[in-house]
Design a protein around this ligand. Structure first.
Ligand SMILES: Cc1cc2nc3c(=O)[nH]c(=O)nc-3n(C[C@H](O)[C@H](O)[C@H](O)COP(=O)(O)OP(=O)(O)OC[C@H]3O[C@@H](n4cnc5c(N)ncnc54)[C@H](O)[C@@H]3O)c2cc1C
Length: 526
């Protein structure tokens, strides 16, 4: 019998697997795909092109210390910094968000004037300090004690009282930007980056989605040499080096329970793996389907099914094999190709695209974000060619206009290319091949239900102790021995790993309390 069997080899599950194996447990991971990493994986889509399947830019995980703690460099992970982290083209001009704050302010001053540059300096100083504390809260289980410990003095550096501070966190990202800046271009670039978690920045309580951007002036996002999936490959190597067992292309068909506790999984090939505990790194609703809702207390099951909000998709993406990189009129000597290229004309365009999602139709003019890592990583495209990712928002998974995603995939993919072409004329002509991933494709390939790349909506009422619902926020479930990790749990989606480390800690603490027999006796919620 294994100590733990883990469902899914997403990066959070792999992080958990490493920490559990490092603590001496006998752990097996079962994954339904034939590659590791889930939405942090890279595959060869076209000969010579190693293309990301999900994420591309790694922001949060670089702040966790997990990469260093597990010494992933020793097993092949090498990050290249994205500096500038953002490049926002507006006609002949562009704002470059250099990691060095003074350099970024110089770029802002040249486009938006001195007042906004000075305001940006103050904004970053204040909100990055606040977010280092928010980040500490992301790194631990979201218990009242942990949240209180980390968050009680957020904003103290800015001399704010609790009323003003809470108002600032509860306001919309757009309102926050209007409070600080004048130039619509600066506000647009920051709003568009802030909207990457899904919620649009005109919604209430999205201020910190914008404020959070500021931490990239402390530590830049990174691109793993070889593609995003190299993080997961390194985690898998570390896990196996620690004695763990990894099973690919044979996922869980069922999670078994006996005598009121999880007892193992049955894989799609029919093999039964008995275990003292099961840790699910797939979507929370998938977990309960694998278990069988009838195994859960009826009132809890009904509440979970009705209250966990997956939403209606966030966006879609095209992976392009090109003969050239995008040439923006406001280029900054090639440094723009290192950056996340934030292409949106103004916040009205963002609101219109989100309005189309609400109406259930594909966006007439999607906002896009282009990434061009083959400009400095020669392992992901053949010599002389380029590998370009274009992500667009917002795209409804469930369309209300009678259209079918498979039928409109190429048309909607081309809209993303055209959006880059409008900012960098001539780019569309350089596209030689295009791989389109619609919200439906993301669900089919990665198990991302309704195309939500964050598993469940990243709105404040589903974050921290509410993610994915209060009863599940501690990584435990009502079934003894069944634990959760992944984007469905605190601190949410994105390339992060903190959920995996925290879930492993909770499981290990329960084992220790039960004398290492793997029975969690009575669960402690908070
Ligand atoms: C197109 C796209 C672009 C993105 N861009 C970025 C970005 O640039 N930066 C960023 O920070 N984030 C980005 N994200 C979001 C981020 O990648 C995800 O939120 C994150 O990777 C989720 O990781 P996870 O470990 O929680 O779970 P997942 O990656 O969802 O992994 C779950 C795993 O469980 C497996 N599974 C499901 N069912 C079973 C089963 N029955 N048996 C066994 N295994 C099963 C799945 O195959 C998968 O491998 C992007 C996502 C997508 C899809």
């Amino acid at each position: 019998m294994r100590d733990v069997v883990i469902v899914g080899a997403g990066h959070n599950a792999l992080v958990a697997a490493c920490y559990l194996a490092r603590a001496g447990l006998d752990v097996e991971v079962v994954e339904r795909r034939d590659v590791v990493g889930g939405a942090v994986s890279t595959v060869e889509r076209f000969p010579g092109y190693r293309m990301d399947v999900g994420s591309s830019a790694h922001i949060m995980v670089r702040h966790t210390g997990i990469v260093e703690d597990l010494d992933l460099a020793a097993v092949g992970l090498e990050y290249q910094d994205l500096d500038p982290w953002g490049f926002a083209p507006f006609g002949d001009e562009a704002i470059a968000f250099h990691v060095d704050l003074d350099d970024a302010c110089q770029s802002i001053a040249a486009v938006c004037g001195d007042r906004d540059a000075t305001a940006y300096h103050a904004f970053v100083t204040d909100w990055s300090a606040r977010n280092m504390k928010v980040f500490d809260a992301f790194q631990d289980p979201p218990t009242g004690r942990n949240l209180g410990r980390h968050l009680w003095n957020v904003g103290r550096g800015a001399g704010l009282d609790g009323m003003e501070l809470s108002r600032q966190f509860l306001t919309s990202g757009d309102a926050l930007l209007d409070e600080h800046f004048d130039d619509e271009r600066l506000k647009t670039a920051l709003a568009w980056m802030g909207a990457q978690s899904g919620p649009p920045t005109h919604e209430v309580a999205t201020a910190d989605l914008v404020g959070w951007n500021t931490v990239m002036h402390r530590l830049p996002p990174g691109h793993p040499v070889g593609g995003s999936g190299m993080l997961s490959v390194a985690l898998a190597r570390r896990f196996e080096a620690l004695g763990g067992t990894l099973r690919l292309a044979d996922g869980a068909a069922r999670i078994h329970a006996r005598d009121g506790r999880a007892s193992g999984v049955e894989t799609t090939s029919g093999e039964r793996i008995a275990a003292r505990a099961v840790l699910a790194g797939c979507h929370v609703l998938t977990t309960f389907e694998l278990l069988g809702w009838e195994q859960l207390p009826a009132a809890f099951a009904e509440h979970a099914r009705r209250s966990i909000r997956v939403g209606n998709g966030i966006g879609m993406v095209v992976r392009l094999a090109t003969s050239d990189l995008p040439h923006y009129p406001g280029a900054i000597g090639g440094d723009e190709w290192r950056a996340i290229q934030l292409i949106a004309p103004d916040r009205t365009a963002l609101r219109r695209a989100h309005g189309d999602l609400m109406a259930g139709v594909p966006p007439r003019e999607p906002a896009v974000l282009a990434m061009t890592f083959s400009a400095f990583d020669d392992t992901i495209a053949p010599p002389g060619k380029h590998n370009v990712t274009v992500w667009g928002q917002w795209h409804a998974y469930e369309l209300a206009n009678g259209e079918d995603w498979d039928a409109i995939a190429e048309r909607e993919g081309q809209k993303l290319v055209d959006a880059v072409d409008r900012a960098a004329p001539g780019f569309a002509a350089s596209v030689e091949r295009m791989h389109v991933q619609t919200p439906l494709d993301l669900e089919r390939e990665l198990g991302l239900r309704r195309g939500n790349v964050m598993h469940v909506e990243m709105a404040l009422d589903q974050m921290f102790s509410y993610r994915p619902m209060p009863e599940l926020a501690g990584y435990r479930t009502p079934l003894d021995g069944l634990y959760l990790t992944g984007a469905s749990t605190h601190p949410g989606g994105g390339v992060f790993g903190a959920s995996g480390r925290s879930a492993a800690g909770v499981l290990l603490a329960d084992r220790a309390r039960s004398g290492g027999r793997g029975r969690s006796s009575r669960r402690r919620r908070r």
